[in-house]
Design a protein around this ligand. Structure first.
Ligand SMILES: Nc1ncnc2c1ncn2[C@@H]1O[C@H](COP(=O)(O)OP(=O)(O)OP(=O)(O)O)[C@@H](O)[C@H]1O
Ligand SMILES: [Mg+2]
Length: 318
């Protein structure tokens, strides 16, 4: 490479080989202006000198090549505490000093709204990035006052379930998207919609592990077996490395014997798979998102704040 004359012209394929990246990455460099080239027919001609300029001075390689752990928060049942867990666990991980990205994969965009993002005014969201793999997702990410970054959703994400159906490797679209963001973060948490549709399957295919929030109430455990079977299928067909981080008991009301019994039953039925941490029921978790805050900022001393911090420690070390 270094011995090649600076004005030697290379194709995108040759540049991809030189840089050790995929051809589509080179195309993205060209589209974003990071790399200069001249369009000739259906390809580009790129001066070898422009490629050396990308490499020289040498690319900044982080001392420790760290890449994010991706956790999907999943349950096809609605209203079980998925969004609440993604936001508060994310802020807790941030308070531990981690770089955190929250991915809103629910067209309801509750996560984005809880984090204080004015969803109604967004002109671009994860929806466009899922459907166009040449789009750089980084400008779509929003920083929040809580210290976590959010890749927001908008209502049009609902259409993605249908629009992705004809895309090649449609289950891996999110995985490809997140691959571009892995080196920037320590943790990426994905908030899933309440279904086992294509968006949730994309989350499971992209994730290293799964947290299943489960309210300690009658009927809440009913869909659990279907969810676990889905996880097994994803492990078998799409993501062999997917692990279960744990079932997270949520909305626990310790004053009722019913909640205590359900918790005991859950631990007995799924030994070793239920987190020790329990998220109690509290009105604070309804008040805090309305203020655009996590409970850790809204009421730091609250039991539930401590629980989310404890969960963050478990998740961080796992
Ligand atoms: N531990 C808790 N105690 C009391 N209320 C809670 C608790 N956790 C969540 N909530 C409230 O319950 C409702 C549902 O929670 P959340 O939105 O997190 O669930 P979800 O699983 O993301 O729902 P959906 O499936 O609709 O996306 C919200 O109003 C939330 O504020
Ligand atoms: Mg939700």
């Amino acid at each position: 490479m270094r011995t090649m004359a600076a004005d030697t012209l290379l194709s995108t394929q040759q540049v991809a080989e030189q840089l050790g990246v995929e051809k589509k990455t080179v195309l993205r460099y060209l589209h974003s202006g990071k790399l200069k080239g001249t369009r000739i027919g259906r390809d580009y001609r790129i001066a070898a000198g422009a490629v050396s300029a990308l490499l020289d001075p040498p690319r900044q390689v982080p001392v420790a090549e760290r890449t994010a752990i991706v956790t999907a928060v999943v349950n096809q049942k609605g209203g079980v505490g998925k969004t609440t867990t993604v936001f508060n666990l994310g802020v807790a991980l941030h308070l531990l000093g981690r770089r955190v990205l929250l991915v809103d994969l629910d067209p309801q965009a509750a996560l984005s709204a809880s984090a204080g993002i004015p969803v109604a005014h967004l002109t671009i969201s994860i929806y466009q990035a899922l459907l166009d793999d040449t789009l750089d997702p980084i400008p779509i990410i929003r920083q929040t006052p809580s210290g976590v970054d959010v890749l927001p959703a908008t209502l049009d994400l609902a259409a993605a379930e249908v629009e992705l159906v004809n895309v090649t490797l449609r289950e891996l679209v999110l995985k490809d998207l997140l691959a571009k963001l892995l080196p920037r973060y320590d943790h990426i948490l994905i908030d899933c919609p309440p279904s086992l549709g294509l968006l949730t399957i994309n989350a499971l295919a992209a994730a290293d592990r799964v947290i299943i929030p489960l309210p300690c109430e009658f009927l809440a455990t009913r869909g659990l077996n279907l969810l676990l079977r889905t996880l097994e299928k994803v492990q078998a067909r799409l993501n062999r490395d997917l692990k279960m981080a744990g079932i997270l008991p949520t909305m626990f009301d310790g004053r009722t014997t019913n909640a205590n019994e359900i918790l005991q039953e859950l631990r007995a039925s799924f030994p070793g798979q239920v987190f020790d941490v329990i998220i109690k029921q509290t009105v604070r978790l309804k008040e805090s998102p309305a203020a655009g805050l996590s409970i850790l900022e809204y009421d730091r001393g609250h039991d539930v704040s401590r629980s989310y911090l404890q969960l963050a420690q478990e998740v961080d070390h796992a």
